[in-house]
Design a protein around this ligand. Sequence first.
Ligand SMILES: C[S@@+](CC[C@H](N)C(=O)[O-])C[C@H]1O[C@@H](n2cnc3c(N)ncnc32)[C@H](O)[C@@H]1O
Length: 274
Amino acid sequence: MSSEINPNKALWEKGDFTRIAVTMRESGVALVADLGIGDGLRVLDLGSGDGTTAVPAAQLGAEVLGVDISSTLVAAGNARARSLGLGNLTFQEGDASDLRDLSDDTFDLVVSIFGAMFAPKPFDVAKEMVRVTRQGGRIVMGNWIPNDPTLVAQILKISSAYSPPPPEGFVSPMTWGVEGHVLERFDAAGVPKGRISFARDTYTFNAPKPPAAYVADFRDYYGPTMNAFAAAQQNGKEAELQQELEALFERQNKSAVKGTTSIPATFLRVTVTV
Ligand SMILES: C[S@@+](CC[C@H](N)C(=O)[O-])C[C@H]1O[C@@H](n2cnc3c(N)ncnc32)[C@H](O)[C@@H]1O
């Protein structure tokens, strides 16, 4: 990759997304359990982070490659694979909009849960996902939905209200949560709409701490929220942003156990047969 700063990469190497990922593990396991994964299936997890879905896929016997733009998350994923003794799981650096290191028709299943949606150039992302999937293989994406009332869409919406406007030509990652855009992108990649299905699904964020402490994790470790706090600080609005997020997390917390947080969030699940 070139030595120029890539803002997409910088965003996800900022902070430490593993601190949020640990609160997403149960839903990662549940999602993967539903995908018919068995011994020897060749799986690509795109925007894999430190392996919330890649690890359980490998534990079910698949040959899994995790690809992520963040070198720190790739290292964290490989450390998890080693410590779990998973010789069938490797992570490497790559960009979902240009998978130049991967050959055509390689994978039986491409999974991207809140991963590829964050890559720029969504039409290239769809083309690359289709290219590396074998004929008859599947692509499964999990995408946050714009303006959805649940957690992540609201975090991103609140954060953007405190952030400077995005550069011209920027395509919001949230557009991957709109069925019409998804159909258009895969159509351009050669997949007709009859081979694409949609479902609403839920991911639950479970943290062994109260909502306000969980907000602090987002403020301190989650790139998009860190950037929003940096921008808010410049306008003297840091406390306001903190309060808005704390109110959101408190409102959405469904945990019956005092001092803990459990927040379900709705996403669009996209299944594509190539
Ligand atoms: C919200 S995290 C989700 C990670 C993981 N899928 C999970 O469920 O825990 C988004 C991930 O997408 C990765 N990502 C962002 N842009 C990317 C790109 N252009 N190519 C590959 N990965 C990317 C980030 O580094 C990060 O790991």
